[in-house]
Write a protein that binds this ligand. Structure first.
Ligand code: MN
Length: 155
């Protein structure tokens, strides 16, 4: 089973790093506003460089350099591709549906690329399935690390 993780990262700007395991590495997107359970909400997700699976377990402070700041594991779990072809192919075409089973995120999500470039722009949107919920605010309502129970301002 492939893993996913969402790390909250208080760098130059606060954002959420969504990472999904594809072929042994973590494909990664920076999501400024984090995921929403409202299927009407398209959250900007800027594709960034792949990270190691080991990095996906990191929680703490990056002391200097790129990304300096606090990181918590905001959510993690496993995911299944909802595509009928390898997920890497779907991502290469800029459109991939996945099913997350995390502590906070459950259900189907779509990653859709809408702009190319050195940092391609995607959006992240939950699918309108039984887990969708227009009334919840996951990011505000569930701020704590699923590993340590700490909030990012407590690191
Ligand atoms: Mn980051």
């Amino acid at each position: 089973m492939a893993e996913f993780v969402v790390q909250q990262h208080d760098a130059s700007t606060l954002h959420y790093d969504l990472r999904i395991e594809v072929d042994g590495v973590l494909r990664s997107w920076a999501v400024p506003r984090g995921p929403s359970t409202d299927p009407a909400e398209r959250r900007l997700a800027v594709e960034v460089e792949d990270h190691s699976k080991r990095w996906g377990r990191f929680e703490g402070r990056i002391r200097s350099g790129y990304g300096k700041g606090a990181v918590i594991v905001w959510d993690r779990g496993t995911y299944e591709s909802l595509e009928d072809r390898p997920i890497a192919e779907a991502l290469a075409d800029g459109h991939a549906k996945v099913w997350f089973e995390g502590s906070k995120l459950h259900g189907g999500w779509l990653l859709h690329r809408w702009a190319e470039g050195s940092k391609p722009k995607w959006f992240l949107r939950t699918l309108d399935d039984e887990e969708a919920d227009t009334d919840r605010d996951l990011v505000a309502g569930l701020p704590a690390s699923v590993v340590s129970g700490r909030r990012i301002d407590e690191l």
